[in-house]
Write a protein that binds this ligand. Structure first.
Ligand code: OAD
Length: 231
């Protein structure tokens, strides 16, 4: 079996990392136009860096939860039987990897990496970024995250994997940010079965063949058991 899983902030919510659009979500408390656009970084790099420095500090103290571990387990067990779990995440945290998942595609970038806008070098970065310079060209580094108005990463590989999948599953995402929110329509067009696992119905819940609602730490392990048990 070949499964394409798309995860969003809901999968990491129980690890203590904030979601974006819930009542206490990041974009309810902070203005993304001032923190998550190339223009904002140009205008006030210190403010943008401080926001991502705080998120990096949060992530350093967070641990993967049962949903991350269940997906890593599913990936391992599918690979053992000649199948595949293509794990695509909108999350910039590394909790899938820390739970043991391999080849995670981070379409919105990675918080523990920094990029030089001048020479495009990408480097591992776990500490505060404020004032950091590129070791290659001396330019000011920026977080290696995709901001509003920028193109998500690895889109060709993502659409190829979607076309080859037997099942598309969206987990913990509000379905309101494109292009990820459009994957379910792409899957339907390709005749692939679709499933949503979320706390509550997402913006495009009606597009899914199957819907499972509850917290990811319970719903994802239960779904993995069903998949492995052939249900
Ligand atoms: P959102 O905050 O928009 O949506 C999170 C979804 O997870 C919501 O539908 C919640 O109901 C659900 N949820 C919350 N807690 C949950 C739990 N314990 N178990 C299961 N589901 C839960 O986050 P995303 O859809 O990931 O992009 O947001 C997409 C993108 O918007 C992000 O990657 C980010 C943001 O702007 C960038 O920063 C580029």
């Amino acid at each position: 079996m070949n499964i394409f899983v798309l995860t969003g902030a809901g999968v990491s919510a129980e690890s203590g990392l904030g979601t974006f659009r819930d009542t206490s979500g990041l974009w309810t408390r902070f203005d993304p136009a001032k923190l998550a656009t190339p223009e904002a970084f140009k205008r006030d790099p210190a403010q943008v860096n401080a926001f991502y420095d705080a998120r990096r500090a949060n992530l350093r103290g967070a641990q993967p939860n049962a949903a991350h571990f269940a997906l890593a387990d599913l990936q391992r067990r599918l690979a053992e039987t000649g199948g595949r779990l293509f794990l695509c995440t909108q999350n910039i945290d590394d909790l899938h990897e820390r739970a043991g998942a391999q080849h995670v595609v981070h379409m919105h970038g990675e918080l523990f990496k920094a990029r030089c806008p001048g020479c495009e070098a990408v480097v591992d970065w776990r500490d505060d970024l404020s004032g950091a310079r590129c070791a290659d060209c001396g330019g000011g580094l920026r977080p290696h995250v995709v901001w509003f108005g920028e193109t998500p990463l690895e889109m060709d590989a993502i659409y190829d994997a979607l076309e080859e999948a037997d099942l598309f599953v969206a987990i913990g995402t509000s379905g309101s940010v494109y292009p990820a929110a459009g994957f379910v329509s792409e899957a339907r067009r390709a005749g692939i079965r679709t499933c949503e696992i979320n706390l509550d119905p997402s913006d495009n819940a009606r597009a899914f063949d199957e819907r499972r609602y509850g917290v990811a730490s319970e719903m994802v392990p239960a779904w993995v058991e069903d998949v492995l048990g052939g249900r």
